[in-house]
Every structure is written in C-alpha cells, then in structure tokens.
Design a protein around this ligand. Structure first.
Ligand code: BG6
Length: 515
C-alpha cells in the first residue's frame, strides 16, 4: 500500500469521528417494543442498516413488551410501520430475511421469571444464530419502568458480559427531569451496568451534520484562528418544528421544550460548536471538552432569567394555511397548562475563548417551518472603506444546516457585476446531497452501529447529562416559583414565537436569522 493509501486507511475522519471497530453480531433486546420509538425509528433504522449491508448478518432483534403477541404478528406490524417510516423503500426480499431474525418476548417488566426465560432464549439464539453472547439492551420503555428492567436484567445475570462477549445498555431520553432525578437514574443504571457499558442516547449527535461540526472546525485550518471572541460577534442556534405535541401529552406536560430539547439536543450542539480541540479523538477526550462548555455556561439569577430566557406556548393559528389548535386545546392537555412549547435563550459561555459572545438559542413547536441550524455571525468589517459613509455591510455568517438539506454555507460580500460600484452579499454553499451524491443515514442507524461497535463518542456521558440538568434546573426553578415567575408568552401556531423572543436580540441590536 502506498503512503497516501495508508494514510487514507488510518484517517479517522474518513468515515466519522473515530476509527470505529467493526460492529459485532449481537442480540438487540428492545424494551418497549410495541411503542412509537420502536416502530418509527429503531426497526426502520435496523432494517436500513440490513438493506445497506451494514448490519452484521447474525444480528437478532428481540422485542420485549407486555402485550400478548406472536412472533409473526409482531413482524407483520413492524413491516407495516417500517414501510411507512423507512428512509428507503422496503424491499420484500430484504425484509423477509430481516424479519426472520426478529422475535417477540412477552413479559411484564416487573416479572423476574420472564427475564430468566429471556436469558435462556438468548443462549439458544447464540447457538443457533452466532450472536456470540453479545447483548445490546435498548430501554425504549417509559422511564418509570427503567428501574425494574435494569434490576431484573442484573438478577438474571444479563448485565454481566461473559468472557469474550459484551453486554451494553442504551438508555433513551428523557434522562431524568431535573438534576436529582438524573442522578437517581444514573445510580439505578450504575447498579446494573458500569459507565463503560452505558450508552445514553441523544439522537441529535447521530445526525450527519452534527458529526461534521468537529470535522469543519478541526480538519480545516482556516477556522481555527477565527473561532473565538475576537472575531465572532454572536452565535445562533435554532431548532424549529411545525409539529405540535402529537399525542405525547402525558410526557410533554411534564417536560416542555426546555427539558425536551434544550437540556439535551441544543446543549449538545452548542458543545460541539464551542468546545476546545480535544487532545485526540477518543470518546472521553471529546466528552471532557464538551462537559467544560456546559460547566462554563453563565448561571443566571432569578432576575436575569426573566430578561434572558423567554418561554412561550402556542395558541390557535395556522400552519401552511391549515388551521391548528392551541396547545391547551390539544388532546389530554390541561386547559390551564403552563408548559413551554417554545424557548428562546440568551446565553454566555464564561471561558477564555467565548467571554462576552452572546449565544442565542430558540426552539419551538408549531413554528412556520421545520429545520435545525447553527449560525456563526462574524464581526463587521471596520467602517473605513466600503462602508465609510455608514452604509450597513452584512456580516459574514457561517451557517451549519443540521436538517433538512444538510450542508454548510458562508455568506460574504461581493461586488455586483456592472459599471456601478455596488456590494451585495453572496453565499458559498455546500450541500451534502449533491456533493456526496448519497443520502445520509438516519441518526439512529449510526448510533445503533456505534453501540454495536463499542464506540461511545456520540453518546452522552454521566457528567455531561448532570451538568446540563444543573444549568436547566435554575431556569425551571424560576419558572415554577409561586411568586414573580417570569411570564409565559403565547404565540399563534404558525408564527416564529412570541415577540419577546425577537426583543431578546433587538435589545442587543440584533435579529434572528431568517429561515
Ligand atoms: C425529540 C423530542 O427528542 O426530538 C421531540 O422529544 C422532537 O419533541 C424531536 O420532535 C425532534 O427530532 P428530529 O430528529 O425530528 O428533529
């Protein structure tokens, strides 16, 4: 092999963040197998991996749930929903082969005996299918079921790996609802699985463009010198959804946008954008740097929260011309609910790199468009030449589109062609779809493969989760206060949130980037 080919072979950025070991065949046991997540995300992800030849052929999936069901009924239901939610059309012959490796295990989560029969079933599968004693347990059940599941897995000897095999657990969000409950959950998980065996999923980290943030920052020398308070004016992060609460009233009424999206997904994105370069690409080296960002977030007093954080809830309105009910009128929602479906925040990272640079974040349901993007707004050019007379010249803005139309664009100034001297902003634009000519995998595909390979880089570590809750708790506490709690603003469905969110930036002489 020549040197270039060798370097290519070794290059950890070629395929992603790390030189991942090959995923190993295993039994994936999904708790909560009849639920929404299994149908919408997990099985379609596993099917797509199989269809693309990425799934180790011996992989077996066992759905573990309470309802009575035969293997074949389970497979038929999954086929129907996979056809609906799969990223690529389901091919009959691929599905047939895949479905032969899918089984159903009926059991109450509290029923210890059912875990013993699961252990026996897994042993049998190891012998018949070659899953080599490797087990990946996926907690997709309601969080109050995690404790009995974990306890029973341990009691049945399933949390301990046999020599030469592994046993891992993927824990779905919500990972607690505040710092205390997250710590308690961490304790419960720790009783059965070590930190090395634990994979806390944050599916935003599995999105292609989220992974690309570190490549953009650290594989391109030009950004290094600019990525700090000397050159960056401010940063914006927006995660907008047209969807409303969508039948998730039970969960959403206890969560709200701050817990549902900011504590995990948005803070994780912020960490990738703001972290220091890690010493290497090991999972813990990257997570060490990420956690420092959350620890450096400026903690606000109650008064500061009222001026720096805006909470909103959608009222009646219209999305794309279609009438949409207000949040309080949605099914199973308390008609007096004070839950936030929108949050805008003005944050500061008090570290050497970012001191004084505002970070504006907003997230909301029932907004006019769906999309997630990060924009880095660079400082204005000095007003000495083209803008000497006070004409406004737009800032350079680097936009990282997480979804849809994944890509990166850079806005800069150019002279308009012609005999007059006119300056106009133009965009250099990179689109994943056209540049690489292939569709990005779904986040869950990447994350499931990583867990099968033993690579925790794109999963949240215990301290990251706890630090994020410590930050979020100060805001939730202020909102829950009996007296002088900051106002809950209402916005019509189909608008960009309450006016107060615009004021947050207008006060600083800035505005949200138009989507
Ligand atoms: C989930 C939230 O974690 O992320 C949902 O619970 C939200 O409320 C979803 O809709 C958004 O994810 P995506 O990948 O569809 O942008």
């Amino acid at each position: 092999m020549n040197r270039a080919a060798e370097a290519e072979e070794r290059n950890p950025l070629r395929e992603g963040l790390s030189a991942r070991a090959a995923p190993q065949p295993c039994a994936v046991v999904i708790f909560g197998a009849t639920g929404d997540l299994t149908h919408r995300k997990l099985i379609p992800a596993l099917y797509n991996l199989a269809a693309d030849g990425e799934l180790p052929p011996a992989t077996v999936v066992i759905g573990f749930a309470r309802r009575e069901k035969k293997d074949d009924d389970f497979r038929n239901e999954l086929e129907e929903t996979t056809k609906k939610f799969s990223r690529q059309p389901v091919r009959d012959e691929v599905w047939k082969t895949f479905a032969q490796s899918v089984f159903y295990h009926q059991c109450e989560f509290e029923d210890e005996a059912g875990y013993k029969t699961l252990a026996q079933q897994l042993d049998k599968i190891d012998k018949e299918r070659g899953t080599r004693g490797n087990r990946l347990f996926y907690l997709a059940a309601a969080p109050d079921q995690f404790e009995p599941i974990l306890k029973n897995l341990k009691a049945a000897g399933l949390s301990e790996a046999r020599s030469g095999s592994w046993s891992r657990v993927i824990v779905e969000k919500p990972f607690g609802s505040d710092l205390d409950s997250a710590r308690e959950l961490n304790r419960i998980v720790r009783n059965s699985f070590s930190e090395e065996q634990t994979y806390r999923i944050d599916h935003f980290l599995g999105k292609e463009t989220a992974q690309n943030i570190l490549v953009l920052r650290f594989a391109n020398a030009i950004f290094g010198p600019l990525w700090n308070r000397h050159y960056v004016d401010h940063i914006q992060i927006t995660a907008a959804e047209t969807l409303g609460v969508e039948g998730r009233a039970g969960y959403y009424e206890t969560a709200g946008a701050l817990r549902d999206m900011v504590q995990n997904h948005l803070l994780q994105l912020l960490c990738l954008v703001a972290m220091e370069p890690p010493v290497d690409l090991e999972a813990n080296s990257i997570r060490d740097e990420k956690v420092k960002v959350v620890r450096s977030l400026r903690r606000y007093s109650r008064d500061d929260i009222a001026t720096n954080v805006v909470r909103g809830q959608y009222g009646e309105g219209a999305i794309n011309g279609k009438p949409a009910p207000g949040y309080r009128a949605e099914k199973n929602i308390n008609p007096k609910s004070m839950i936030d479906t929108f949050v805008a925040l003005r944050l500061f990272i008090d570290d050497w790199r970012w001191f004084g640079v505002p970070i504006y974040m907003r997230v909301g349901k029932r907004l006019p468009k769906s999309g997630t993007e990060i924009s880095v707004h660079f400082k204005h050019a000095p007003a000495v030449l083209f803008n000497k007379g006070g004409e406004a010249l737009d800032q350079n803005v680097l936009v990282i589109r997480i979804q849809p139309d994944e890509g990166i664009s850079l806005r800069m100034q150019a002279k308009m062609p012609g005999t007059h001297f006119r300056i106009q902003p133009v965009k250099m634009d990179f689109h994943y779809g056209t540049s690489f000519g292939k569709a990005s995998p779904e986040a869950y595909e990447r994350l499931l493969l990583d867990a099968m390979s033993g690579d925790p880089t794109l999963f949240a570590r215990r301290d990251e989760v706890e630090q994020a809750w410590a930050f979020i708790d100060t805001i939730e506490d202020a909102w829950a206060a009996k007296e002088n709690a900051p106002e809950l603003f209402f916005y019509p469905a189909g608008s960009w949130g309450p006016e107060a969110a615009d004021d947050l930036l207008a006060r600083d002489g800035r505005a949200w980037r138009r989507f």
